[in-house]
Design a protein around this ligand. Structure first.
Ligand code: ATP
Length: 301
């Protein structure tokens, strides 16, 4: 079996304060990219995850182990991950891999159904296989995993566990400059705390309806570029000044929207079409440039 694990973009990332559990409140629009890791899955003698290029414990292996702990009874599996999404780049590649593994345990209807998610995943319906509660496992694995369980546009709140589906936006394309990845999400959040960046709860609360109104009717993000603000940008640039150069390079192309994805270091420019994004990439002297479709059409392609 072959599975795609699409990378994600954050279309606006508004940062709140750290919670007692250490995670930060946030409010963000997520959307999938055509850029995706490829998972080759086959029945084997024992569970095994192979992921060339990624050292240490793999998030996909943790996802598989978590399913087993909950009693998931599928035969032992060998999962080989072909990484295409740059690692530690703010594109959610590890979370996408873990979510793809969790999708193996979802009833087929759940993955397809619009009703897979409730507005508040604390009370998510019909998303369990026996004792397996996928949103709960996803939230345990990492803040970005719940939103990747179903790679589709969503308004994401809490520390990532509240996932509200949004309609498909008009087609658009992204030009990414991942700058080699390699920026730790934890380091960026720590730096954000050091810089005192979090918004007050009331201010953060007021953002969600604005993002929902902007994206809720299926508009392209190019229709609400003023909302594509990433509060983590100063923290990421403080740790990796080359991000500022990447953002400047993208702005020099005349792109209608330029921002940081997630905790960086990937700088993003959005365009109305793939052709425009490719033309802009050709004007840059950047070997790390990646051009791809964004939004649900991206996943379908
Ligand atoms: P996010 O946007 O969710 O903060 P990211 O895109 O910045 O994440 P990832 O590529 O998901 O970062 O990787 C973060 C760290 O997780 C890496 O440094 C790597 O060591 C570890 N990791 C574990 N499993 C994976 C995996 N399958 N793919 C990538 N990284 C993984």
């Amino acid at each position: 079996m072959l599975l795609h694990a699409p990378a994600k973009l954050n279309l606006g990332l508004y940062l709140g304060r750290a919670r007692p559990d250490g995670l930060h409140e946030l409010c963000s629009l997520f959307e999938p990219l055509a850029l995706a890791d490829l998972l080759r899955i086959e029945v084997a003698e024992r569970d095994e995850v192979v992921c060339p290029g990624v050292e240490g414990e793999n998030l996909a292996a943790r996802a598989l182990a978590a399913l087993r702990e909950r009693g998931w009874g599928a035969p032992p599996l060998r999962i080989e991950i072909e990484k295409r999404t740059p690692v530690a780049a703010g594109l959610g590649g590890g979370s996408a891999d873990a979510a793809a593994v969790l999708r193996l345990a979802a009833p087929a209807t759940d993955c397809a159904a619009e009703a897979f998610w409730s507005e508040d995943n604390q009370s998510a319906p019909a998303s369990t296989v026996g004792v397996v509660d996928l949103p709960a496992i996803a939230a345990e694995l990492g803040a970005d995993v719940p939103s990747q369980l179903r790679p589709a546009p969503a308004l994401v709140r809490g520390a990532g566990e509240m996932v509200e589906p949004l309609p498909a936006p008009a087609e658009h394309a992204a030009l990414l400059l991942p700058g080699g990845g390699g920026l730790s999400t934890k380091d960026v959040f720590d730096e954000a705390d050091r810089l005192g960046l979090g918004r007050d709860p009331a201010e953060l609360e007021a953002i969600a309806p604005r993002l929902r109104a902007a994206a809720g009717a299926g508009a392209s993000p190019l229709a609400y570029v003023d909302l594509l603000v990433n509060d983590l940008e100063p923290a990421a640039i403080s740790l990796r000044p080359d991000i500022g150069d990447a953002l400047d390079a993208l702005r020099s192309t005349g792109a209608p929207a330029v921002f940081l994805s997630g905790s960086g270091p990937t700088a993003v420019a959005l365009f109305a079409t793939l052709t425009e994004a490719e033309r802009a990439a050709a004007t840059l002297d950047r070997r790390d440039a990646i051009v791809c479709l964004a939004g649900p059409q991206a996943v379908a392609s």
